[in-house]
Write a protein that binds this ligand. Structure first.
Ligand code: DHB
Ligand code: MG
Length: 214
């Protein structure tokens, strides 16, 4: 029975969350403030934040690209895993979200490491040089994930990481419900076939694609 995985139920998630780095007061306050401003509460979980920090540290990441800033929550988690002179470029299409993110990032302990790029990722990503990042975190518009993946594969160096959020499609992966779910289903197929990556979906948060560029 060794091939059978233990089902990761809520009890196990709570347990593993308790046994890793915790969210700090600053990030808790950021979420509360963003919620009060009507920002959708679609944060990565603290255990996902911790896991992404571990991955970034494991590859000695100095430069990270993030697609979808929202209020800067995941950007701050990731930037804290970088050296003091490291850099995280995060892209945000919504001016309101970028405003809130920049305000909280400027108050954070990693203000000097994060740059918010305002606009469409389709237009900003091509401006980033090839092999200029150690990792990319793909989030935001699900129908654009294939394009984000192509650009991330160009921007991230060999041996670097491509992470993509929401591989479990908000817990609706096996439903034929809407465009975003269908987009994730199609993207998951693309990831599984992508020969430039070795990757796996890790059942943390809403399913996190974790790929290493070959
Ligand atoms: C949604 C989007 C996300 O990127 C996420 O992590 C959770 C939810 C959404 O669009 O509902
Ligand atoms: Mg997401």
């Amino acid at each position: 029975m060794s091939e059978k995985s233990t089902p990761v139920t809520d009890d196990y998630i709570r347990y593993l969350a308790k046994h890793t780095t915790q969210e700090d007061d600053f990030l808790r306050k950021l979420k509360a403030a963003a919620k009060a401003k009507g920002i959708p509460p679609i944060w990565i979980s603290p255990e996902q934040g911790s896991f992404m920090q571990i991955l970034l540290k494991a590859v000695h990441a100095r430069e990270v690209v993030e697609i979808g800033t929202l209020a800067g929550y995941s950007a701050i988690w990731m930037a804290r895993a970088l050296p003091a002179d490291g850099g995280l470029r995060t892209i945000e299409i919504s001016p309101e979200h970028a405003d809130i993110a920049e305000r909280w990032i400027s108050k954070s302990d990693v203000a000097g490491r994060i740059t918010v790029h305002r606009g469409k990722a389709e237009e900003i990503l091509p401006q980033f040089a090839a092999n200029s990042a150690d990792a990319a975190f793909i989030d935001a518009d699900k129908t654009s994930y294939p394009l984000f993946l192509r650009e991330s594969l160009r921007i991230v160096r060999r041996g670097g990481l491509i992470l993509a959020d929401n591989a479990f499609a908000f817990g609706r992966l096996f439903e034929s419900s809407d465009e975003a779910v269908a987009a994730i289903q199609a993207f998951n197929h693309i990831m599984a076939q992508e020969t430039a990556l070795q990757s796996i979906i890790v059942p943390v948060g809403d399913g996190l694609w974790f790929g290493v560029k070959l």
